[in-house]
Design a binder for this molecule. Sequence first.
Ligand SMILES: [Ca+2]
Ligand SMILES: [Ca+2]
Length: 520
Amino acid sequence: MNINWKQRASDLGGAVLLAGAVAAMTAALPARAQGARVLPADLTNIAAAANGGRVLSATSTLDNDATFKSDNLIDGQAYNPATKAGSAGWSSNKFDPVNMDYVTIGFAGNEIKSIGKLVFNAATSLNPERWAKDIEVQVSTTSAEGPYRAIQQITLKRTADAQEFPILSADARFVRLMFRSNWGSDRAVSLGEVEIYEAIDTTNPMGGVIARLESTIADLKRYKTTQAEIQNSLVTRAGTTAPRPKAGVKPVAFDPKNLRPVQAAAPTNGNLALAKNGGKIVDVTSIFDNDEKFAAANLIDGQNYSPVDDKGSFGWSSQGFVPGRQYVTIGFRDDRSHVINKVVINPVSNQSSLRWASRVEVQVTMGGPKDGPFRTVGTFNIRQQAVNQDFTMRPVEAKFVRFVFTANGPGNPLPLGDPNVTSDRAVSLGEIEIYEQPATTGDLEALIGRFEGVLNDLKTLRPRAATADVEAPAEAVAAPANAVAPKAAPKAAPFKPVAAKTPARRTAPKAAPRVSKTSR
Ligand SMILES: [Ca+2]
Ligand SMILES: [Ca+2]
């Protein structure tokens, strides 16, 4: 299926997801009043060589073998013990818990960064007894030689996955990792990968928005990876070859607070209406002679009646037929909503084909199963043939889908009869299927790209906001002649997206306002 992303974005995914992002940003704003809460920013691993990170030194390297060079710690690759593939990781040439081995990491341009999170992958190509266990994280704002201060003790699990350690934010020009223990080897200590992320002070409202958006983008990327792996495993089961899921990729546990929009649009493989998939009949107007052989549940049982050998599930049949007065309503597992774009209808049933449904209005609601309010999203003519018939429509979010039948049979031959009513005894059909439009990896990539564009715009705005914050109190202090400093530093001024007069960001004082030179 070829999906027009632009159309989808405006009709569906984009609108829903962007609405969610706006909600997330709005929710982030009150953080300003909560004090100095610091959220780690998830997007940019500032230790990565690809982002300008460097390993300045390592105390030793196993047998001086380049296979285990310390640059492997920041090459963005994890070692996969299952496939024995990937970058081997770093290893020391000894294990000494007293004179510990360590590595020293710096950032692009030797800048001081406020760091808020570290991520380690313990796996290396060596025996897991040599994998690092206890690590002391030290920082220096001075030089690569120190002085250093310890900011965090961490203990790794002996697992080949990304292990995250949020920390209290600390300024660091250099980060030193002291390897205090391994899992029992006296030969070496080794580590596969280290990632370091900046903390963003959410007392700055714009910083809070940026942190939330970065976190959302990271979630979307993980979600995309998980989806790709699910697709791969499904293809494998169907009999064709597909790559093994990568070790170390964790399925994403969704936090509904953050990701409700994604959850609503998440692809579910298969027919949502099928009883086996959690589909259910939530309302039906009537059943032919109240005979349970014609129960509405037959519409979602995955079976069709076979007129040739007179076998199979009968399908549903109404009692009487007046166009627009007979309907059946279908809901989904856990009463979840889904963004649907296709229904499949097969009119075959154990009733005369004069009674088979020949036109249906598909209605949806996000409200109640009986009262809706329902709105019509498609009207489809059903051929009088015992085959599945696909009907696609613009993607629409629905909690319940009502199928209202407005004609039956091949058409009334009588000149004065209602042309829509071939039989007024019943309307019947065999099966209804409902599908949602699966988000493709390409769709997710496009969406992530859009979010990243927004993120970059926000980051561009942020320095201006910081400048505005500093300048506002300066004017307030300028008024009294005896310029006494206020008792407490004023709270950050509301964000004003105005251009700064001078690029004063680096030199501007953060806490204590002062009278600027240009003030009278
Ligand atoms: Ca690595
Ligand atoms: Ca059926």
